[in-house]
Design a protein around this ligand. Structure first.
Ligand SMILES: Cc1cc2nc3c(=O)[nH]c(=O)nc-3n(C[C@H](O)[C@H](O)[C@H](O)COP(=O)(O)OP(=O)(O)OC[C@H]3O[C@@H](n4cnc5c(N)ncnc54)[C@H](O)[C@@H]3O)c2cc1C
Length: 420
């Protein structure tokens, strides 16, 4: 068992994106002997699986409105300290050039997430960071001296400062299984009342016709409407039909909002608008303008064949009918199907398939200029364990880089001041 006599200046618990970023900046700032512990056998699993193995490092335009959780103003304060521009420069300095895609997402030019992880690990080594894994932390105690005592796989370590960078609960096999959340509460932090999967596919009830269109994708607007029909939230983007329900960027983006609205109002509903740039009247006119053509051929102009047939069947319209051949009532039903198709969601695919976690340690419990806990001096909290989650596009990593930068530089400053 390691002696407890040695007190590390800084122990970072969790060596994912946020933990590595913190450790690198603490080390670069002059903190000697930074120790990073990670419970996982393989380091940086989420970086490697991100963006389909290409790692969507950040987005060309990052704004607090791209995030949910805590408050926009508190999220902005952290993002402003280490922006997307800083991120591009940081990786360029590590030899990782990023390229921007049409969607605004930034990926390494190699299209290989290993480039990102290797560069971070190299930077950590160069900054003098010692990385130990697999070394899982079971609990953290605060000693009367103010030092931290860390119990980890049979060893007891001491540190002047501790960074909690253990992630949320998404993709638990990566090592982020929520154990860090229990450590945070044991140290006196609270958690949001909700702790739910974010960026997660949604399940439609068995037998729903969209489930038979697996692989079909279409640009839509998804909207959450209250039982009284009031629009509560909406997102636009590609929706992908799958054998269990719906996925694709727009589904992932709306999923956490859907779950939270459902919890508050079980009568709220999810609807898909397949023609979001048109009003109901203009859809009706568009249908009628297809003179002499079948409705199916009209719909095929805008939708894949299987989806066009499914939409017609849903509206109980014969695919061979001409656009003028269907009466007003049926046409109105088709317009409703095209612009406000009810999606009977019965749940989501859970943390195993989620890309992020909504909920966590509230930012109001953190000093945002340092990421230091308001509960314990010397305790810092960064990354996805906090109550901040971004939409699809590189925003979750940007949060990890920004919060890690703020914590790492703050620790370095504090250590330098204590030496002076
Ligand atoms: C499939 C998938 C794809 C994604 N793609 C993208 C993308 O392209 N772009 C984007 O911006 N975001 C993406 N994300 C989200 C992004 O990966 C996370 O938001 C980000 O990794 C969070 O960083 P973190 O350092 O806070 O936590 P994590 O990356 O989860 O790291 C936490 C680390 O802490 C360790 N740990 C946990 N508990 C303990 C303990 N008790 N003791 C020791 N170690 C512990 C874990 O092993 C883990 O290594 C994706 C997520 C998933 C699941």
């Amino acid at each position: 068992m390691e002696s407890t006599h040695h007190t590390h200046p800084l122990i970072v618990i969790g060596a994912g994106a946020a933990g590595l970023m913190t450790a690198i900046h603490a080390g670069r700032g002059g903190v000697q002997g930074v120790l990073a512990l990670d419970g996982s056998r393989a380091i940086g699993i989420k970086i490697l699986v991100a963006g389909g193995g290409r790692c969507n490092v950040t987005h060309h335009s990052v704004h607090e409105r791209d995030f949910a959780g805590s408050t926009p103003a508190s999220i902005r304060r952290v993002l402003n300290r280490f922006t997307a521009t800083h991120c591009v420069q940081f990786f360029a300095d590590l030899g990782v050039e990023l390229k921007q895609e049409d969607t605004g997402k930034l990926f390494p030019v190699t299209d290989d997430a290993h480039t990102v992880l290797d560069a971070l690990l190299r930077a950590a080594r160069q900054a003098g960071v010692q990385l130990r894994h697999p070394q899982r932390v079971q609990n953290v105690q605060v000693l009367p001296s103010g030092e931290f005592q860390i119990h980890s796989d049979g060893t007891v370590l001491r540190a002047d400062r501790v960074v909690l960078a253990t992630g949320g609960r998404s993709l638990p096999k990566s090592g982020s299984d929520g154990a860090g959340l229990a450590i945070a509460t044991s140290l006196g932090h609270s958690l949001t009342p909700h702790m739910i999967p974010s960026l997660v596919p949604l399940l439609l009830h068995e037998g729903h016709w969209l489930r038979s269109l697996s692989g079909v994708s279409a640009p839509v607007e998804l909207k959450i409407v209250s039982g009284q029909g009031k629009r509560l939230h909406s997102c636009r983007g590609a929706m992908l039909c799958t054998h269990f329900g719906i996925s694709g960027p727009v589904t992932l983006d709306i999923s956490r909002h859907w779950t939270l609205h459902q919890a508050q109002d079980a009568s709220s509903r999810l609807q898909a608008n397949f023609l979001p740039d048109m009003t109901e009247e203009s859809v009706d006119r568009w249908l009628l303008a297809g003179t002499g053509r079948t409705v199916l051929s009209r719909l095929r102009e805008s939708f894949p064949d299987r989806l066009a047939k499914g939409l017609l069947a849903e509206a109980a319209i014969d695919a061979d009918a001409t656009t003028q051949g269907i009466d007003r009532t049926l046409r109105r039903e088709l317009v409703r199907t095209l612009t406000a198709l009810e999606l009977p969601v019965v749940g989501d695919r859970g943390f195993i398939h989620a890309e992020a976690t909504a909920g966590g340690v509230p930012l109001k419990e953190i000093h945002l200029e340092t990421m230091e806990s308001r509960v314990h001096r010397g305790l810092y909290v960064v990354g996805e364990i906090l109550d901040v989650d971004g939409r699809i596009g590189g925003f979750n990593f940007q949060w990890a880089w920004s919060s890690g930068f703020v914590a790492g530089t703050a620790v370095a400053k504090r250590v330098a001041e204590s030496r002076a």
